[in-house]
Structure formats: C-alpha cells, structure tokens
Design a protein around this ligand. Structure first.
Ligand code: 5AD
Ligand code: FES
Length: 348
C-alpha cells in the first residue's frame, strides 16, 4: 500500500469508507493466518522498573505504587495453570527490573521448557546482547520490545536514556532477530506530539523491520507520569495530532495486517480498556489474530498499573480464560491450539 493511501486511511472518519478497510484487513488475516486465535498467557511477574518513561505508571520515580516480584514457585504455578488451559505460549513480562538475577531468569526459562511444551516470550525491556543471548540459549523463543514511536525526537522526549547509554530500540530489535528470537514490536498511538505522518512512518517501519508480532494500542494517560500531567494541561491540540482513540487503534491494526500479512497481531489490553464489552472482538475482526489472557495472580494485577483502569483487574486467570474462549467463539473464530508460531518466520 502506498504511503499516501496509509495517510488517507489514518485521517478519514468516514464510517462507510472504513468498512472497506475492515473487510480488507479481515480478508488478508483469513488468507494468511487463518481462523485460529492464538492465546498467549500473560504473566506480569515483577513491576519493579529502573527506567523513567514519561508515559508509564511503572516508572522508577512513581513512589505511589507498591512493588512486587513473584518467586520462582509462584511463577511456575501460573505457568502450569497456563499449560493446563492449553495456552500455547507464556509471556514473561516485567518492568525493566535490573534487580532480577540474569542467571535466575535463564534458569526459570529452562525450567519452563523442561516442564511444559509452551513457547516462552520475554518482555523484559532493553537488555544487553549478552543477556539476550543467555536467555535465548536457555530456550526463550520470542522477545517483545515496542519501539513506541519512530519519531526519534518524540521518542527521546518521552523516554529518558539510562545514564551513560543511548537507547536505540530499533538497533536492539535487529540484535534480537539475529539471535534467532521471533521479534515483536509496536507502538502506542495518540502519544501527545505524535502526528499522522509519524504514525504512517511507524506502520511502514513494521514492514521494514519484518516483525513477527505487532502490538499497537492507544496511549492512556496515567496521572502519576509526566505525559499524564501534560495531557491534562494541554489546551491547544495540533490538528495533526493522532487521537488516542479506539477508532484510530482499529485503523492502525487493520493497516498493519494489510501491510504485514503474516504477522501475529494481538487485540491488546489497552484496546480492551477503551472498550471492554467489544474492543477485543472488533480488533479480531479488523486484523488481529492473537489475544493475551492474563495469568497474573489477582493480588498482583492492580499493582501492574502501566496505565489506569486496565481491563481484567478484578478477574482471575480462570475468569480470563472463560471470557476469552467465549469472545472468540462469539465471532465464529476458533481457539488456536499449539504454540501459534509466526507464519512470517516460517515463510522467510
Ligand atoms: N498507555 C498505553 N500503553 C502504555 N504502555 C506503557 N504505558 C502506557 C500507557 N500509559 C505500553 C507501552 C509498552 C507496553 C508494555 O505498554 O507500549 O511497551
Ligand atoms: Fe480477562 Fe475477559 S479476558 S475478564
């Protein structure tokens, strides 16, 4: 698809015209990744974070949240529950928690691979080549690291680097791919200061990075962050500002599907947060083929507050399982069995 056309889609609010975009995305999804919706059990095992991203509630400077780290036994109990539920994948997610022992994580990965047939996806932030290599050798299959925005100035503004080291997620994504991981990335949309041109660049970047997994979700203001405060204070909004709406999220997902036909694309929790009753179903009907039911124990869920009012805070892992099955069946799709590896990887 031409860049001009991407921009036109991003800017139109004509519901009738948009039907054509939804239909095309759904058709491309069906032809390339089929009717299965893959389930990835999401385990948010530590909310400690050493970074200070201006959008994220877990940022180190937020003293208002209680921090937790799950023990190996707690984690394994959740992983085994996920395996019982026939999720093909466990996603181990945390803040960029440098207090976790690198070898402890490697050992945890080995244990999961020994005791289950789950694919292991890591989402542990910006880590060194050495760490990524160790975890890959331990058996990790996939890595998620969103580049958040392809606009470098905007990225630097909302994402302070670690003292003494540049943050370059694009370069890091290349390293992750070289190490043999399936690579997942994506962006938030509607970040204050993000223009339609920026978002069109983001979508083109999905393609040039040859991503296996693409996650896009709306930016949701968190009151304990710099961007949350700024969003409140913002009185003049540029006409070129991408709105952080549900509709914009569907557009970005649909375009990602059309441009990267074989990628795995989740209907994200941020989307479900904007529209809890039907956001996931609409996402799945407009390009997505993955959902990420939460496996995190209920007592920790509310503490993993990346943004406020997250979906599934009051539910248990069993609730989310039943809920996701119901949602998938309600739109005539099938619950995926097996790992749901990237069709993109297999093709390349
Ligand atoms: N709103 C929406 N998404 C957010 N993320 C972080 N903070 C927010 C927010 N305030 C997303 C980022 C990150 C992922 C784990 O969660 O894209 O990569
Ligand atoms: Fe958690 Fe619906 S997926 S309650």
């Amino acid at each position: 698809m031409e860049r001009k056309e991407i921009l036109e889609w991003l800017k139109t609010d004509d519901e009738e015209r948009l039907q054509a975009l939804w239909q095309q995305a759904d058709q491309v999804r069906k032809e390339n990744v089929g009717n299965n919706v893959h389930l990835r059990g999401l385990l948010e095992f530590s909310n400690h974070c050493s970074r200070d991203c201006h959008y994220c509630g877990l940022r180190a400077g937020n003293r208002k949240i209680e921090r937790y780290q799950m023990s190996e036994e707690e984690i394994m109990a959740c992983v085994l529950e996920g395996a019982d539920y026939k999720y093909g994948t466990v996603v181990l997610q945390s803040g960029e928690d440098l207090s976790l022992d690198v070898e402890w994580i490697a050992q945890l990965i080995r244990r999961i691979k020994q005791e289950t047939s789950l694919a292991v996806t890591l989402s542990l932030g910006e880590r060194s080549r050495e760490e990524l290599t160790l975890w890959r050798q331990a058996g990790a299959d996939r890595y998620l690291l969103r580049f958040e925005t392809s606009n470098e100035t905007l990225y630097q503004r909302i994402h302070p680097a670690r003292p003494g080291s540049e943050s370059n997620r694009i370069e890091l994504l290349k390293v992750i791919g070289e190490l043999g991981y399936e690579v997942g990335s994506g962006v938030m949309l509607g970040i204050p200061g993000q223009t339609f041109e920026d978002l069109a660049n983001d979508i083109e970047m999905f393609c040039s990075l040859n991503l296996d997994m693409i996650g896009v979700g709306p930016f949701i203001a968190h009151h304990e962050t710099m961007l949350g405060q700024a969003a409140k204070a913002e009185s003049i909004i540029s006409p070129n500002q991408v709105p952080n709406t549900e509709l914009m999220t569907y557009k970005a997902m649909a375009l990602a599907r059309i441009i990267c036909p074989k990628a795995n694309i989740p209907a994200t929790s941020a989307l479900a947060t904007l529209n809890t009753p039907t956001g996931r179903e609409l996402g799945l009907s407009r390009g997505a083929n993955v959902v990420m039911p939460n496996l995190t124990p209920k007592k920790y869920r509310a503490l993993y507050e990346i943004y406020p009012a997250k979906a599934c805070i009051d539910e248990t892992a069993a609730d989310c399982r039943a809920c996701m099955h119901g949602r998938i069946r309600s739109i005539g799709r099938d619950v995926g069995t097996g790992r749901g590896d990237s069709a993109n990887k297999q093709a390349s």
